[in-house]
Ligand binder design. Structure first.
Ligand SMILES: [Zn+2]
Length: 231
């Protein structure tokens, strides 16, 4: 069975997508596009609070992610539940993403830029790389994972992929009208916000989004590296 989505967001942890693409997601869903989230890791190491147990934290973070997705109009959230800090570029992880791409057939896939240099969470690097490879060429080629084809999951060609947190931004989306929803969605990740040590989150983020929109005819933006899949 295939279930169509316009956009698939593959996020390493609960909260990364809200930092990276939430304003754009809110815009898309307002326009009537179907957006789904795939959350790779359960985030069970993301705390400095020694009283929190990993399982409890993972549970909290799923609830936070669901609340954020609801605010943004995301239709479905799929949790892969890999342990935090343990994502690896394996055939089975890649296959999971390929399976979802073939099931949902998105035109656009959004994820974390794997090529950000130096200090970058390993899960962000791995999730970005695995997603990029899943998009091209594995989801497209019928001889990749032949068992998926046997299951009836036909190859699918994604049209474009957007990477957040890129050092090579070539695409800016206007989020002036949805910035408030980005903030509200980010605020759902309470367990993380207290870890950020950013006292004025709204101001800090507004400043960043304003900088991202520089040279454009709108005020606030999210910036991406955008690549079209040519073949
Ligand atoms: Zn993360």
């Amino acid at each position: 069975m295939t279930k169509a989505a316009d956009v698939m967001v593959v996020t390493p942890h609960p909260d990364d997508a809200e930092f990276g693409v939430a304003g754009t997601v809110a815009r898309w869903t307002r326009e009537g596009r179907k957006v789904i989230y795939v959350v790779c890791s359960n985030g069970n190491k993301g705390t400095s609070d020694r009283s929190l147990k990993p399982d409890g934290l993972a549970e909290i973070r799923e609830k936070e992610q669901m609340a954020a997705a609801k605010i943004l109009g995301v239709q479905e959230v799929i949790f892969l539940r890999y342990p935090d800090q343990e994502l690896e570029d394996t055939p089975s992880f890649r296959k999971e993403i390929v399976r979802l791409i073939r099931q949902y057939q998105p035109k656009i896939v959004v994820t974390s830029d794997p090529y950000r240099r130096y200090i970058w969470h390993r899960d962000h690097r791995i999730a970005g790389q695995v997603t990029l490879d899943a998009v091209f060429p594995y989801a497209r080629d019928h001889l990749a994972y032949p068992d998926l084809l046997t299951e009836g999951l036909e190859p699918h060609k994604v049209e474009e992929i957007l990477f957040w947190a890129s050092e090579d931004i070539n695409h800016r989306c206007d989020i002036t009208d949805t910035f408030d929803l980005k903030i509200a969605a980010l605020r759902c990740h309470e367990s993380q916000i207290k870890e950020f040590d950013i006292p004025q989150l709204e101001d800090w983020l507004e400043e960043r989004c304003r900088g991202m929109a520089e040279g454009e005819d709108f005020e606030l933006a999210e910036g991406f590296h955008r690549a079209e899949i040519p073949w």
